[in-house]
Unconditional design. Structure first.
Length: 155
């Protein structure tokens, strides 16, 4: 079975504290542990690059239109994110789990993975984005409940 970047990220999320995989001093040790656990070295390298991209995106100032404005997707986003995935992101916004800034981080990080994007991957990327936002602890807990305990709740 071919492990993907998202598999590596999910493993990190489930087995380590956030600070462990965001701290540059721990990354070399974690890389060795992940390779020893059977993850391909290239996917591990891409996973840490993905996390670095998340940290960089969090520092950019985002400007949004009025609250309730509709998000228009670019052609590439529209091609890679199915109607189901885009609808799920809207659903999370309506529930208050995602706000405009976190939605944009999720979309950016989804576009940064070089693999097929399905609803399950969207859920995991949302969880990874929210765990890296200390101010979104309640939203993270709600998302965690959706990912781990509620299964397919949209249908």
């Amino acid at each position: 079975m071919k492990e993907t970047v998202l598999d590596v990220l999910m493993y990190l999320l489930e087995n380590y504290q956030t600070g462990e995989f965001s701290d540059a001093d721990n990354q070399a040790t974690l890389r060795d542990e992940l390779v020893a656990a059977g993850f391909p070295e290239e996917e591990v390298r891409h996973a840490f690059a993905w996390l670095d991209g998340l940290a960089q995106q969090r520092q950019l100032p985002l400007v949004f239109g009025p609250e309730g404005a509709m998000r228009l997707y670019t052609r590439e986003e529209h091609e890679r994110l199915s109607t189901e995935c885009r609808g799920f992101l809207l659903y999370l916004e309506q529930l208050g789990i995602l706000n405009g800034a976190s939605r944009e981080l999720v979309i950016d990080r989804l576009m940064a993975i070089n693999e097929e994007i399905d609803l399950e991957r969207v859920k995991w990327v949302c969880l990874l984005v929210l765990i890296n936002q200390p101010e979104a602890e309640e939203a993270f807990l709600q998302m965690e409940d959706m990912v781990y305990y509620q299964g397919d709740f949209l249908h």
